[in-house]
Ligand binder design. Structure first.
Ligand code: T1G
Length: 709
């Protein structure tokens, strides 16, 4: 493993360099290599101190996450990192961890087993394991409270958020912030402390005395509120608490027990699936990493409504100057007022400085004309969801935009090829479907038209990452990936209230499943009028004789659009707090009676199965039709755009967890009960279930095919 861990000397200082691109993960052989290098340095009488540093972009960014699946499956034994860390800590010569980029997870645990830590101003430290459904498994919950105190350790281990260099210095996690010439400064620092006495982190117990029981109770409450239903944050708190009650070695033993409980649980499988999925979706067959991309220096947005305003903010947040155009002064003023209010709210929460808010506002140019659109590198249309209106805009911007300007539509479901047909440059037209609020929600559906060039696709995917989004490629169809699948999900939610479930029961059942909000609550938030307009736009495509929801249109005809009007499926007070609406309940009962629908008691499990399996069944069709490249693309769409719980991995991963045979049997039961038009099992689902296979196998076969292709 010598090539992955190099030992060199700078005078009387040993330098151990980890070189395991791209993130210097602690892959098999790396810990052993470091351990061996530390021993060699110890044996070398000419050496007075040791510097541990990462090559490339970062220090050690953690254990190798790819190994966890092998450990859980038994393909690889779980090797504890503790002995390796202890060999650093027991070095007779002081070890200085030199941190740039990220020292995350096992990387920070390695740095904390060293005797000193120096860091560059832009570097970060963290224990993000809970984001993978894990907890620090190599002494992090035991050393961090000893360095930073119990409260900071709880915040870092249970929250998982990265900590900037200055904050880490203040907390005592690191000893010094040095310049960007890290190696030189770390070697100089090592020389300056080489003759000084130094302590082992595990023996620094003075900060553990902070352990007031209230601290842990508060931490548990906060964890349950912030990461509802997630187990790992609570186990991380248990482990930090153990550090305050047990000697170091016993604390590490307790930590290992809690780590294993999380590692072998379902939640870490789901979250690790999402971690790699978030990166897998950027890989598009036929659009390789070497595909030429357009330089995006200036943007222009058509429309300053809810979506146009949010998209404008997304560009300004990425430091890209952006014009936002409206047709009327009052609409433009409203749009800008919303943008300012959103930024002000973020500043008020302490998440943005006033200076940064001002910088971002300075990047935004509001106007009523197309002035400057001829300089834009991308123009995003975000006007009313009506084909004629969109085609008019595309005709106009096609005439104005420079030849290599990308023309993107924020349409949530309309035909991108028809939109492109309004231009003379269909190869430059693409869908960029943002999710409301567009400055917050991370999902970006990139919709490829038949003629969209691969350079435009590659540019759009890269731009998505630059905007802080997770970009998923979708082929063109009604609703693309997300909205095509959400149709049957909302359909079943509405059928269930017609059949006897209350609005509150449907919302609660899906909320308890882990969805961010129940389906009818989402409908009330988005506005029932939005769905109403789309239903009217697509009424001609509806198959006659197939049962469709009856109540939503009636609520819309009554002007009850949900939160924006104070009444919809539920009623809302001035703080938009929902409560049951007896008039809606009466309307549902009356409508069901007139339709001859027999009402009955409905279990929460049936509610979850009907709504979630409707998603899965349509997802299988989305795969069959090639609208999504892989099942994991559907999972990422739902986790980042529709509030599907990440710890369940997404709808397709969840179906794999349940077992496709079980899912198919349930869907066939619904087909017998509600008819084939609504519940005929997707052929792909049937095939995989009959082969005792899974959507993950489908992806692996696709991947293998793409590699071969
Ligand atoms: N293990 C394996 N692969 C990893 C990895 C890791 N820890 N981190 C990143 N990669 C891969 C990633 O999949 C991608 O692969 C490539 O590296 C570039 O990543 C014992 C149990 C460090 C901030 O959770 O947060 O330590 O797609 O696109 O945007 O207590 O990577 O190129 O094939 O994200 O520059 C804890 C996870 C592990 C850190 C860099 N550590 N990584 O971001 O690059 S558990 C983490 C990140 C642990 C111990 C516990 C980010 C980054 P590919 P990227 P980036």
């Amino acid at each position: 493993m010598a090539e992955l861990v190099k030992l060199s000397r700078q005078g009387d200082i040993a330098v151990i360099t980890i070189d395991n691109p791209p993130v210097n993960a602690l892959s098999p052989g790396i810990p052993e290599g470091i351990q061996e290098a530390v021993k060699q340095a110890a044996r070398d009488s000419a050496i007075r101190a040791v510097v541990l540093i990462g090559a490339g972009q970062t220090f050690i960014a953690g254990a190798d996450i790819r190994e966890f699946g092998k450990i859980v499956s038994g393909a690889r034994p779980r090797l504890s990192l503790l002995p390796y860390l202890q060999s650093i800590e027991d070095s007779p010569k002081p070890v200085v961890a030199a941190i740039h980029g990220q020292a995350f997870g096992g990387g920070l645990e390695t740095a904390m087993s060293a005797h000193y830590r120096v860091i560059t101003p832009t570097a970060q430290v963290g224990q993000p394991e809970v984001k993978l459904g894990l907890i620090p498994g190599a002494g992090g919950t035991q050393r961090l409270p000893r360095l930073a105190g119990v409260v900071k350790a709880l915040e870092m281990c249970a929250g998982g958020e990265p900590v900037k260099a200055q904050d880490a210095l203040m907390a005592g996690v690191v000893d010094r912030i040095v310049g960007e010439n890290l190696l030189e400064e770390a070697v100089a620092f090592a020389g300056s402390i080489a003759a000084e006495p130094f302590r082992k982190t595990r023996e620094r117990n003075e900060k553990l005395a902070q352990a007031n029981p209230v601290i842990f109770a508060v931490a548990r409450q906060q964890a349950q509120a912030k990461a509802r239903q997630m187990i790992a944050p609570l186990r991380a708190i248990d482990s930090v608490e153990a550090a305050t009650k047990l000697p170091f070695d016993a604390g590490c033993k307790r930590e290992a027990e809690l780590f294993n409980e999380c590692l072998f649980g379902d939640q870490s499988k789901g979250l690790i699936h999402v971690f790699f999925g978030e990166r897998a979706v950027s890989k598009i067959p036929g659009v390789g990493k070497d595909t030429k991309t357009y330089s995006i220096k200036r943007a222009a947005i058509v429309g300053a409504g809810t979506m146009g305003g949010g998209i404008t903010m997304a560009y300004a947040n990425a430091g890209i100057p952006v014009i936002v155009k409206e047709t009327a002064a009052d609409a433009l003023d409203r749009g800008l007022a919303n943008i300012r209010k959103n930024y002000a709210n973020t500043v008020a929460k302490g998440k943005l400085s006033q200076a940064a808010m001002n910088q971002r506002l300075a990047l935004i140019t509001p106007q009523l004309t197309y002035d400057g659109f001829d300089q834009a590198d991308i123009i995003v249309e975000a006007v009313f969801e009506n084909m004629q209106v969109k085609k008019q805009v595309f005709t106009e911007i096609d005439k104005i935009a420079k030849p290599d300007c990308i023309l993107a539509s924020n349409t949530s479901s309309l035909d991108i090829d028809e939109i492109a047909s309004a231009t003379a440059r269909p190869e430059m037209v693409i869908g960029n479907h943002f999710f409301s609020p567009a400055n917050v929600m991370r999902l970006l559906e990139v919709v490829r038209g038949k003629k969209t060039s691969k350079e435009v696709i590659a540019t759009s995917m890269a731009l998505g990452k630059r905007l802080g989004k997770v970009a998923v490629l979708a082929e063109n169809c009604h609703g693309f990936i997300g909205n095509r699948m959400v149709g049957p999900y909302f359909r079943e939610a509405q059928f269930l209230v017609e059949e006897g479930a209350s609005v509150e029961q449907v919302n609660q059942a899906l909320y308890d499943f882990g969805m961010a909000m129940g389906p009818l609550a989402v409908d009330d938030l988005a506005g029932l009028d939005v769905g109403w307009a789309i239903r009217k736009e697509f009424a001609r495509f509806e198959k006659p004789g197939v049962r469709k929801p009856l109540v939503a249109d009636k609520l819309c005809e009554m002007g009850r659009f949900g939160q924006k009007t104070g009444r919809g499926w539920s009623q809302y007070d001035e703080k938009r707090k929902p409560s049951p609406d007896p008039e809606t309940a009466a309307l549902i009962e009356k409508t069901a009676r007139e339709a001859g629908i027999e009402r009955r008691q409905i279990s929460s499990q049936e509610i979850v199965d009907r709504c979630i399996y409707a998603l899965v069944n349509e997802g299988a069709r989305v795969l069959e039709d090639g609208i999504a490249l892989r099942a994991v693309d559907i999972d990422i769409t739902y986790v980042f755009g529709y509030g599907f719980p990440a710890w369940r991995g997404g709808p397709m991963f969840y179906a794999d967890t349940v077992g496709l045979g079980t899912v198919l049997a349930r869907i066939e039961a619904f087909e017998r009960q509600h008819g084939a038009d609504l519940w005929a099992p997707a052929p792909l689902l049937k095939k995989l279930a009959q082969e005792k296979s899974a959507f993950s196998d489908f992806d692996q076969q696709r991947e293998a095919g793409a590699m071969a292709g």
